[in-house]
Design a binder for this molecule. Structure first.
Ligand SMILES: Cc1ncc(COP(=O)(O)O)c(C=O)c1O
Length: 506
């Protein structure tokens, strides 16, 4: 699904087509001299009107995610409904004490551990890991950038996944809990000599090569020619298939204009393959690509798979890795493909494009493993009603524990765990406690009418790229992380203290 509205320069608002389902879609505006703005269609068009099309030549209107929405009424109803069950962790249940996950009541956890608090449904993560292994087979890797701590590294390894690490730090965390190096895949568009040296020293399973400079670096680090073939580090070439997916610009990676990988279209990818085939110190085993994150349309994966497969098939290599990127639903009305559907579509496309049977075709899901397993709990600190403007509900966290709304304009649901099935007629903006007007957690939130100061407020689907992107902005300590399962809560990352905030100062 995609629509483009083209505005003639300086011509005011005369779109070639009316915005489909205006108000129901997320849109991306491309303004001359402006950073892209992600907004609802209504707000996007209002923005264009305000500009008078003076600084705006083209507006691309397209759904960032396919929502089951057939009109503004459905959207309004969906917004006021409680969060749909598939936005909650798998073991979520409603009892007398409100919402429980893993058999533990969330309000009680907030009382015991304080807020903000990250809670992960361990069973949910394990089920998603098993689905990934069933869909892709051995070699499928968990992309640790989505969420990593030692407990998560152990869990993913226990469930049979390899671990994709993108920095020396992620490598260190995985190694520190005994994940065997051969189960690790090292990524990164700018791996340092030290990171590569460490990877070679411990013997990581795969290195995904991203640039000609890295090929040179690897050449210097490997003792050219002396190691028997079987002992040489196994490498894959990361390529950009030139596919633009409908997701936020900052998480699109498969297009030609990218800092990642070697372009197929320009011939750089073929040159990289040739260089690595000649490099005596490494063993080229495959090709890798990652087209972007939060991709909802299996068609994009198919499109990329065909380009990749056509590049890959003549090379007679044994491994093709299609990266991660499977989208997850964040708000009511969103639907996503399953890991099985993603894998099947990819395999079919590869087969049709001539990839030899027996080729190891695999992937690196991150978000789809952990996002929905996680919930963040906050405490409401202030409710500020600005007559005729909006109501601000401020909580005790913010962009330091969830930078995604600020970075990508991402949407979330918000609800009260004490009344998880309550309707949410009240429109508010949930904001954090940081010294930024942009410190927004849910821009267009709906909450029950009886929300009051002191309530525990939850945002679901915060398991991916929340804690892993958390910061100490404004010297706010990072929250603790709990795994819950079978009626027990287990602290897997303790919350930072004020002491921690001065620990590094010398
Ligand atoms: C190379 C690579 N693989 C896998 C992933 C994981 O993507 P996702 O979390 O969307 O599944 C990423 C995310 O940026 C990535 O860069």
């Amino acid at each position: 699904m995609s629509w483009d509205i083209t505005l003639a320069p300086q011509a005011g608002l005369e779109p070639a087509h009316p915005a489909p389902e205006a108000g129901a879609l997320s849109t991306e505006l491309l303004g001359l001299g402006q950073a892209p703005i992600v907004a609802s269609a209504d707000r996007a068009l209002a923005w264009v009107r305000r500009c008078g099309a003076v600084s705006c030549t083209a507006v691309s209107v397209r759904p960032v995610s396919p929502r089951r929405v057939d009109g503004p009424e459905t959207l309004a109803r969906l917004a006021a409904d409680p969060p749909e069950p598939h936005l909650l962790p798998m073991t979520a249940s409603i009892g007398r004490g409100g919402l429980a996950v893993g058999g533990v009541e969330l309000v009680a956890l907030a009382k015991q551990y304080g807020t903000p608090l990250f809670i992960y449904d361990e069973e949910h993560i394990r089920v998603r890991c098993r689905e990934a292994v069933a869909a892709w087979g051995d070699g499928v890797a968990y992309a640790t950038k989505a969420f990593l701590c030692t407990a998560m590294a152990v869990l993913a390894h226990e469930e049979g996944l390899c671990l994709d690490v993108a920095t020396g730090g992620e490598l260190h965390v995985a190694l520190s809990v005994g994940v065997p190096p051969e189960r690790l895949v090292l990524h990164g568009n700018n791996k340092s000599e030290a990171e590569l040296a460490r990877a070679l020293e411990v013997g990581v399973g795969r290195i995904v090569v991203d640039s000609f400079d890295e090929i040179d670096r690897l050449g210097r680090l490997t003792d050219a020619g002396s190691a028997p073939r079987a002992q040489r580090p196994r490498v894959l070439v990361r390529v950009t298939p030139g596919v633009e997916v409908h997701t936020h610009e900052f998480v699109r990676t498969g297009q030609e204009d990218s800092k990642f990988g070697f372009s197929v279209a320009s011939g750089a990818a073929s040159k990289a393959v040739a260089a690595l085939e000649l490099a005596p110190g490494v063993e080229l085993v495959g090709v890798h690509a990652h087209i972007g994150s939060q991709v909802f349309d299996v068609g994009h994966f198919e499109e990329a798979a065909v380009i990749l497969a056509e590049f890959f098939a003549p090379l007679s290599l044994s491994e093709l890795v299609v990266g991660g990127g499977l989208g997850v639903a964040y708000v009511n009305g969103e639907q996503t493909p399953t890991q099985g559907e993603w894998a099947q579509a990819t395999r079919d496309a590869c087969e049709q494009a001539g990839v030899a049977p027996g080729t190891r075709i695999t992937a690196e899901p991150g978000r789809s493993i952990v996002a929905t397993a996680g919930i963040t709990l906050y405490t409401v600190g202030t409710v500020k009603e600005l007559a005729g403007i909006r109501t601000y509900v401020a909580v005790d966290g913010g962009m330091s524990d969830n930078p995604r709304p600020v970075l990508y304009g991402s949407g979330y649901e918000a609800f009260l765990p004490r009344e998880p099935a309550a309707r949410r007629p009240r429109a508010v903006r949930v904001v954090g406690k940081h010294c930024e007007s942009g410190d927004v957690i849910v821009a267009e939130a709906r909450v029950p009418d009886d929300l009051v100061v002191g309530d525990v407020l939850a945002t679901p689907v915060t398991g991916a790229y929340g804690y892993s992107m958390a910061s100490n902005y404004n010297k706010v300590p990072r929250p603790p992380v709990l795994f819950v399962r079978g009626g027990q809560a287990r602290l897997v990352v303790r919350g930072e203290t004020f002491e921690d905030l001065v620990r590094l100062d010398v």
